[in-house]
Design a protein. Structure first.
Length: 397
């Protein structure tokens, strides 16, 4: 999860599919990113024959994977290439703002931008248009990267809403399908030998004397509790009391409530991620108001409120019992990676990993609409709930 103190105007980046660039892009994706950067050296894929069959039939196919690792899009692109699927992707605007070269490359591979903090009509229309043409599309319904593969965060309804609109436009017997895709990573046992040194770096980062002799799980919890206390003191003036999960929820709620007392609360936003998106949308709209730009004092308050919203989302993203409930090698590795991202800006991938990607049974959206099982109006909620149920089953949660 990256800090978003973004006060730049947004420019929509449409897909610019360039067939001549695709072989080079796929090679770079596999060698430079999957293997070298993210250390994904093995893959297991299941269920994609059904996806291929429906794409070749010209149907509208939307793939909705869980999103717990930075390598997920690179993995899906590679899986698509192995099955000769011309996958297109909706991706956060921030990845296009890294550089012009990155934006050009992404667009050339069929990736287009979305502003997650507001109603991005250009992105929505592009997504519907691609599905209407029979181009398979990948959208991550969690919206953020949380680094816990065995827990699914509440899904956004935008994915279901887009597919329902596309389904209404299909003709000639073509159908719309929603495909849940479960992604899980397994770490090489060698990752365990990296824990002591990485935890020492993290402890040193917050000014603590490293404790390499301490048991790993206790050390992770101690470090996480220490980081939480720092954030509580930074924003609330003092460290909290009580259990870890309660303190995380309290910090999240107090920060969101504080910011919403100034910018207002969107009545439609119920979960912390939805509330954070609504906050960011309102603050950025104020920062970029062409008719009445804020003065230096107000601007600083608005930027500080973006930091508060970001910290609230960080607190929400930690699950207090995730590690202790089932302290496996993978959960230890994921939790350390999450702490590294929050304290250093990006996690480390020091040892090989294996990915398992399973495409679940496609959900026949058109058939459910025709039978009345799914209402034409207000169907996004039930369809999202069904997707969440299917994804949860795929992940073995």
């Amino acid at each position: 999860m990256r800090r978003l103190r973004n006060d730049l105007p947004y420019t929509f980046r449409p897909p610019r599919w360039r067939p001549w660039f695709r072989p080079l892009g796929l090679w770079l994706n596999r060698s430079r990113f999957l293997r070298s950067k993210y250390r994904v050296l093995g893959q297991e894929c299941e269920g994609f024959d059904q996806v291929v069959e429906r794409v070749r039939a010209g149907d509208a196919v939307l793939l909705a994977p869980n999103h717990a690792d930075h390598s997920d899009p690179h993995l899906m692109l590679d899986v698509g290439a192995r099955h000769d699927l011309p996958l297109h992707f909706m991706a956060a605007r921030e990845v296009f703002e890294v550089s012009q070269a990155a934006a050009w490359s992404l667009q050339s591979m069929g990736v287009f931008s979305v502003d997650r903090d507001g109603p991005d009509l250009s992105a929505i229309k592009t997504a519907i248009g691609l599905l209407e043409k029979g181009t398979p599309l990948v959208i991550y319904p969690e919206g953020e990267i949380y680094h816990h593969h065995e827990r699914l965060d509440p899904l956004m309804e935008g994915v279901a809403s887009i597919l329902l609109k596309a389904a209404a436009r299909l003709k000639d017997g073509r159908k719309a399908w929603l495909v849940p895709v479960g992604i899980r990573f397994r770490h090489d046992p060698a990752v365990e030998s990296t824990f002591v040194e990485r935890l020492s770096r993290l402890e040193d980062r917050i000014g603590w004397t490293p404790k390499p002799a301490m048991e790993v799980d206790a050390r992770i919890i101690r470090l996480g509790t220490g980081v939480l206390a720092l954030k509580e003191t930074e924003f609330l003036g003092e460290a909290g009391q009580g259990g870890l999960q309660g303190r995380l929820e309290s910090l999240c709620e107090r920060l969101l409530g504080d910011v919403e007392s100034r910018c207002g609360r969107d009545a439609r936003a119920s979960t912390p991620p939805e509330r954070v998106r609504a906050i960011r949308y309102r603050i950025r709209r104020r920062l970029l108001d062409p008719k009445d730009l804020p003065g230096a004092g107000e601007r600083n308050i608005l930027l500080d409120d973006l930091d508060r919203a970001f910290t609230a989302l960080q607190a929400h993203s930690y699950i207090g019992d995730y590690l202790l409930e089932h302290p496996t090698l993978d959960r230890r590795a994921e939790t350390i990676m999450k702490l590294e991202e929050d304290l250093f800006g990006f996690p480390r991938y020091p040892t090989p990993r294996t990915a398992r990607v399973v495409a679940g049974e496609p959900i026949g959206v058109s058939d459910r609409l025709e039978s009345g099982e799914l209402p034409a109006k207000g169907g996004a909620g039930p369809l999202t709930a069904l997707l969440e149920e299917r994804l949860t089953a795929l992940l073995g949660c």
